[in-house]
Design a protein around this ligand. Structure first.
Ligand code: NAP
Length: 521
């Protein structure tokens, strides 16, 4: 395993401080002293990335697709070494890590298919008309082009699928950008193995030195220095609202501001209509709240229902199911300590009722599922209760009527998702709730839990702030490529000098909008 920074194809270790991985299940420190990048190395990395961009941006869709597929293959070639290291560093179970590895490689291949086909550039052509009166109409041709070097801040909770070769990296590379990953300090070894695979793929497919780099070190030092480098053109981030906001503000306050796409906190409210308060739904919700020890941005953290004996029975069933679920390790000691201290603060409130038993575990880094309930009026008075607690925790809000549910939906922050459970016939009576939800969330779910995010073209994984910094973009699925590109219009340009995507005879045979009609002609 390489313990140095990857400045493109060059390995570098000028720093004195190191990052070490540790196993959250056993607390054992894992092998590997990963050298933190120095300011000089960060500067060299971004300069090399900017230089490599000049070549990489000119590669065809087919060439870039070959690169992405080679990365997927090299990751598969890592085999058990990768899976073992990732399980050890994250504490995640074997099946989950294997599944996530599959998701990572299929994401890369999905982007490869997208760019090989080519229509994603959204070519729009308006033919000119020299005879138009009173002024002739120019010939205008518009398409999407890459931005330049993109920084990726890896997520702790997806050490593969949202880390070194995860969705942000795949979408930025697919769009024609070069990438610099700030490795997450909770899984440096996993990051190093994947970086090695990416560099091998870059070499075997003749990509420029600097198309990909990986830097170790803390967010405060390496992350902040990276974001302020004038040659950096954009960044993608998944993590806490606190860190996301710090970096977003830095990106905006630069002399030349850059787009910073952050996916941050979400409590993913679920409205349980009266007909849905069944034992089977309590089981489904308990599974979703505790999946991955509750360390998903889509974990349901707020459950809203109309107060009464049916809701009380539902809460009892949900609390019993949660109490029976075997506690799992959390991703790191810091995340587990933050979970326990947030729960401790919450449980001291006198306006809540604790529904689960045996709240704290003696086992280090393991999290006990916790469910509390609160009446609607009290929730409205306590906005802190709607903040995300990262881990297997959820709140049931007991509302007196539909009006109170609407008031709560009005009050809460933007969310990644919102779910409604109920029979179809209930929906007429509760249609106002759906309207409220639509304004707050990025994905509306009917009779389903928000965990288990499908990676596909129709997925929108992003929502109004603070769920994400820009609700117009997704970080999951092929549309994520749109974050790292910008439109350019060519006016009255000679045909042979235009990018192939815009040339008169459509040599790439992509879908284009020509004078208002979608066509491949
Ligand atoms: P995090 O602390 O926000 O870290 C994410 C990235 O930001 C890491 O690369 C981290 O660097 C960096 N960073 C942290 N503080 C920074 C600062 N002051 N300036 C610049 N960069 C900084 O998130 P995490 O470690 O993944 O998990 C911690 C918390 O984030 C959780 O408790 C949870 O609330 C939230 N979270 C949310 C989601 C979501 O999808 N909504 C996902 C994961 C986590 P280091 O490597 O130095 O830590």
């Amino acid at each position: 395993m390489i313990e140095k920074n990857f400045i493109g194809h060059t390995l570098s270790a000028k720093g004195e401080r190191v990052t070490r991985g540790s196993n959250p299940v056993t607390s054992e420190v894992l092998p590997g002293d990963f050298i933190n990048a120095t300011d000089e190395e960060i500067t060299d990395t971004v300069s090399k990335s900017a230089l490599a961009f000049e070549t990489y941006r000119t590669k065809t869709g087919r060439e870039k697709a070959k690169f992405l597929r080679a990365i997927a293959e090299e990751i598969e070639n890592l085999g058990e070494v990768l899976i073992e290291r990732c399980c050890a560093e994250s504490g995640l179970p074997l099946l989950r890590v294997k599944g996530e590895c599959g998701r990572t490689t299929s994401q890369l291949r999905m982007f490869a298919d997208l760019i090989e086909e080519g229509s994603w550039v959204e070519a729009v052509i308006e033919n000119g008309d020299s005879k138009r009166s009173p002024i002739p109409k120019p010939d205008l041709r518009r398409m999407l082009v890459p931005l330049g070097p993109v920084a990726v801040f890896a997520a702790s909770n997806f050490p593969l699928a949202f880390s070194t070769a995860g969705g942000d990296t795949a979408s930025a590379l697919a769009g024609g950008n070069t990438v610099i990953v700030k490795a997450h300090s909770a899984h440096p070894g996993t990051s190093a193995l994947i970086a090695e695979a990416i560099i091998k793929a870059a070499k075997s497919t003749d990509m420029p030195d600097g198309v990909f780099s990986l830097l170790h070190g803390s967010g405060r030092e390496v992350g902040q220095s990276l974001i302020q480098n004038p040659l950096l053109k954009a960044a993608g981030f998944t993590g806490s609202e606190k860190a996301g906001r710090i970096l977003f503000d830095m990106a905006s306050k630069r002399e030349i501001p850059i787009p910073f796409f952050a996916e941050m906190g979400s409590v993913n409210p679920i409205v349980m209509l009266p007909s849905s308060l069944k034992l089977s739904n309590a089981k489904t919700l308990a599974g979703s709240i505790t999946l991955g020890s509750g360390q998903f941005c889509t974990k349901p953290g707020l459950i809203i229902g109309i107060d009464g004996p049916d809701l009380d029975d539902f809460i009892r069933d949900l609390a019993t199911d949660l109490s029976n679920i075997e506690p799992q390790a959390m991703l790191s000691e810091i995340i587990c300590n933050t979970y326990n201290s947030s729960i401790e603060i919450c449980l001291k409130r006198d306006n809540i009722k604790i529904e689960t038993k045996d709240l704290f575990l003696k086992k280090k880094n393991f999290a006990k599922p916790v469910l509390i309930s609160v009446i609607g009026e009290e929730f409205i008075k306590s906005p802190e209760l709607s903040k995300e607690i990262f881990g297997p925790f959820s709140i049931v809000i007991k509302c007196k009527d539909i009006e109170q549910i609407k008031k709560i939906l009005n009050q809460i922050d933007g969310q990644l998702t919102g779910s409604i459970f109920g029979e179809e016939e209930d929906f007429d009576d509760f249609s106002n709730i759906i309207n409220k939800f639509e304004r707050k969330v990025g994905r509306l779910i009917f009779n389903g839990v928000p965990t288990g995010v499908e990676v596909c073209s129709a997925m929108h994984h992003g929502g109004p702030y603070p769920a994400s910094s820009d609700s117009r973009f997704t970080s999951v699925g092929t549309m994520a490529i749109k974050r790292f590109v910008r439109p350019v219009s060519y006016q009255d340009w000679p045909n042979h000098r235009l990018p192939e995507e815009l040339q008169f005879d459509n040599p790439l045979k992509i879908w284009r909008m020509v004078d208002g009609n979608f066509t491949k002609d």
